[in-house]
Design a binder for this molecule. Structure first.
Ligand SMILES: NC(=O)c1ccc[n+]([C@@H]2O[C@H](COP(=O)([O-])OP(=O)(O)OC[C@H]3O[C@@H](n4cnc5c(N)ncnc54)[C@H](O)[C@@H]3O)[C@@H](O)[C@H]2O)c1
Ligand SMILES: [Zn+2]
Length: 367
């Protein structure tokens, strides 16, 4: 078991990482503040596996708890579900001394955090992320929110958790596709920040994919440390935090053009990281071969790295403009300088993006 402290002044908190730490949730909730009641927000899948353990741990710490089960899936990450969570909180007579425990993936974490940020003008919450993506990304940084019919994450709030508890054993029940999607974000952290870590991931791809706990724990730990470092410096996303968006500009365009659903976020991100590395090569920010080295690591994680012919370069550029609301103005991207180092390039022209997309389409990396 290991701990990472996130230093954000009065909003500081500790992240506990390890195999079996789910049984410590109660103690962690009790020690983070004087809580009288806990609402465990989860979905049916996660509840089946882990709710009993978390409930027992919270009750053993002397805190009364109730479980609020919401439907699984991104399409339920809505204000309607938030209203149902509020109803359940009122029913259980939750007051400002209560705490919401988010038990699940990023969808549960984002919604529980938003409910906690707004119920009675803000109550405490503790994140217990159970997907790799939620552990290495969604549960760190304090962003919470829901989707609107018009777009993803359009409503939200910054609300830091009181504590985060990451049990790597929960990854045992995670479908392998979800595990690989989390690994895309892990590899991203290596590419933007830490070459040695990227080499560790490259050397241990098969063990990570097989769910080997010691390797997963190390991958989660270092990934969280990197996100923590970036978030601490830039809590509200003014500068450095933009490097975490590497791969996401093109990745979001691919997700949007394929109509959300064909590609999981991590898969679109994987392809997007390769296209953006090609852009970095084309404008002389990165040396040639950077993109192929990145593609090799991602392919080892059994993530997609090639850009299908169905994608039209102009469509991708337009989707980026819509996503970034940059019609006519400059497009900013975080690009790799070398493996383990990245920088934000403020003004990338559309023709550069389009020609890198065409180049990507013509390349076939070995999976
Ligand atoms: N707040 C942030 O900074 C941030 C960052 C990245 C992503 N996100 C958000 O996170 C969401 C994606 O999160 P996700 O990838 O975790 O998806 P998810 O929450 O939808 O979980 C994926 C699937 O795995 C299931 N699941 C969860 N844990 C499991 C377990 N241990 N065993 C078996 N099944 C399990 C869930 O029921 C779900 O069906 C998106 O809504 C995205 O916007 C937020
Ligand atoms: Zn992402």
């Amino acid at each position: 078991m290991s701990e990472i402290k996130v230093n954000l002044g009065e909003h500081s908190y500790v992240i506990t990482i390890g195999a079996g730490v789910l049984s410590r949730v109660g103690d962690i909730v009790a020690s983070s503040c004087k809580h009288t009641a806990a609402a465990i927000v989860t979905n049916p899948t996660v509840a089946r596996h882990y709710a009993a353990k978390v409930t027992a741990s919270i009750n053993a710490a002397g805190i009364r708890s109730e479980t609020i089960i919401v439907p699984a899936g991104e399409r339920f990450k809505t204000l309607r579900t938030i209203a149902k969570i509020y109803d359940a909180l009122v029913d259980m007579k939750m007051d400002r001394c209560g705490v919401i425990v988010a038990l699940g993936g990023g969808v549960i974490g984002d919604m529980s955090g938003f409910a906690a940020a707004t119920y009675m003008r803000g109550i405490d919450f503790v994140q217990v992320p159970t997907t790799l993506l939620a552990q290495v990304d969604a549960s760190v940084g304090g962003k919470t929110g829901v989707d609107l019919p018009q777009g993803k994450n359009l409503v939200g709030a910054f609300h830091q958790p009181r504590a985060v508890v990451m049990d790597t054993l929960t990854l045992d029940t995670l479908p392998s596709r979800e595990l690989r999607c989390g690994l895309a974000e892990v590899v991203k952290h290596g590419i933007i920040y830490d070459r040695e870590f990227l080499e560790f991931l490259d050397d241990n791809a098969s063990g990570l994919l097989a769910g080997q706990h010691d390797l997963l724990e190390r991958a989660v730990y270092r990934s969280v440390e990197i996100k923590r470092d970036v978030v601490e410096i830039d809590e509200r996303e003014s500068g450095l935090r933009a490097i975490l968006n590497y791969g996401h500009t093109v990745g979001h365009a691919i997700e949007a053009l394929s109509g959300y659903g064909k590609f999981r976020h991590g898969e679109a991100l994987s392809v997007g990281m390769v296209t953006e590395a090609l852009i970095a090569e084309d404008i002389g920010v990165a040396q040639s071969q950077t993109a192929s080295k990145i593609a090799n690591v991602l392919a080892k994680m059994r993530l997609p790295v090639n850009l299908d012919d169905v994608f039209n370069a102009q469509d991708i550029v337009r989707a980026i403009e819509v996503d970034k609301k940059t019609l006519g103005s400059s497009i900013r991207m975080a690009l790799p300088v070398a493996l383990g180092e990245c920088k934000v390039v403020p003004d990338i022209d559309r023709q550069t993006i389009a020609s890198a997309v065409e180049r990507h389409k013509s390349l076939r990396y070995q999976g």
